[in-house]
Write a protein that binds this ligand. Sequence first.
Ligand code: DUC
Ligand code: ZN
Ligand code: ZN
Ligand code: ZN
Length: 473
Amino acid sequence: MTTTLITGGTVVTATGRSKADVLIDGETIVAVVAPGSQLLGTDLPAGVDTVIDATGKYVIPGGIDAHTHMELPFGGTAASDTFETGTRAAAWGGTTTIIDFAVQTYGQRVFDGLATWHQKAAGNCAIDYAFHQIIGDVNADSLQAMDGLLAEGVSSFKLFMAYPGVFYSDDAQILRAMQKSAETGLMTMMHAENGPAIDVLVEQLLAQGKTDPYYHGVARAWQMEEEATHRAIMIANLTGAPLYVVHVSAKQAVEQLAAARDNGQNVFGETCPQYLYLSLEENLGAPGFEGAKWVCSTPLRSRAEGHQDHMWQSLRTNDIQMVSTDHCPFCMKGQKDLGLGNFSKIPNGIGSVEHRMDLLYQGVVNGRISLERWVEITSTTPARMFGLYGKKGVIQPGADGDIVIYDPNGHTSIGMGKTHHMNMDHSAWEGYEIDGHVDTVLSRGKVVIDHNEYLGAKGDGQFVKRGLSQYLI
Ligand code: DUC
Ligand code: ZN
Ligand code: ZN
Ligand code: ZN
């Protein structure tokens, strides 16, 4: 087995920072010790195979992106990153685990959907991966199948209050699924937008000739997110289901989540980089058809209304617990352009899996969040929330050797021809300049990114079985 010593760096976890050396034996961290001290308690042969000098750098647990959609069939096309290209891009950006969404489509059996996702991912991933299960058709058969999900290492399922005719669950289905969630302990994940009402608004806007990408944001009004979030919280309250609301963008939805937590409920919220940085006015409202790059759901919100600032503040106060990407990339040519002349036909999604760690680190530079909070919201909380903690999300003996060496004095220019490894013909983050740089990435002890060189291979990444959430009160 290869041994690796990361020496001279500052180890940062969710609870603090200290100068420490990290010793990895094979795939596993075996010691974290003050620099220069004897590596007591380890029975290593003298000397290590590889020494990595991390002087002046942060040594953090690898990022965990708990919300990705590689190869998702959606909007008449499919997300442009495969498991191969998407996980490689993730590695470049310091993410060492993704949790993707297996899909049960309408009329399909749950385990057939899960098997399809295993086929897509197996042998193709650069980093470790796990699955949530989308339940696209809540019925007696799927409710019964949910009893078997945990044994498959899938401890969470997602429902949609949006997209009637595609993945949609009505309130009766949500109630039954949440009863199952309470009974099994599986986390209910919710896409909280009132889809039927939004569809009426879409129809009315199109009838008025309002066809530009901007109107995607107008139709998917914050009231529709707040209302659905509240409804999901109330059904969770009634049933006792643990609830995790995905891609929260409206400040009013955050207030609903905060009130539920104050009320003692196991209710959690995730936001995404796009809701921290991008806006309805500047991005969806870009000239011509440009705004299509930023069509995603929930939509980008108005900066004038203050959603972005509120979201940063919520990360600080833990009203929002973590940040995932909802990585769902589509090219402009041949995919986004399906919606030329009709915003409702633009495939929904933004590609960010490569940039989440950098974009959030910028929050540390700007004094929005602490260094420890950065690690917490990008790695430690995702691990705890979705039953990976101990193996992932922390630097301690026994944990996987998933480590990022981050250079606070480095610099990252994001954009096409600069830092961009996702399978897209544009970057939603073109021109972003980051004070900080992912220098070295280890995935289960193997160096997969060495400065600006990719050393990984498809098939390095393994499926990880998850346990129940370790975050519940
Ligand atoms: N939102 C997106 O932006 N893309 C995929 C599905 C979703 O809910
Ligand atoms: Zn969603
Ligand atoms: Zn999603
Ligand atoms: Zn460097």
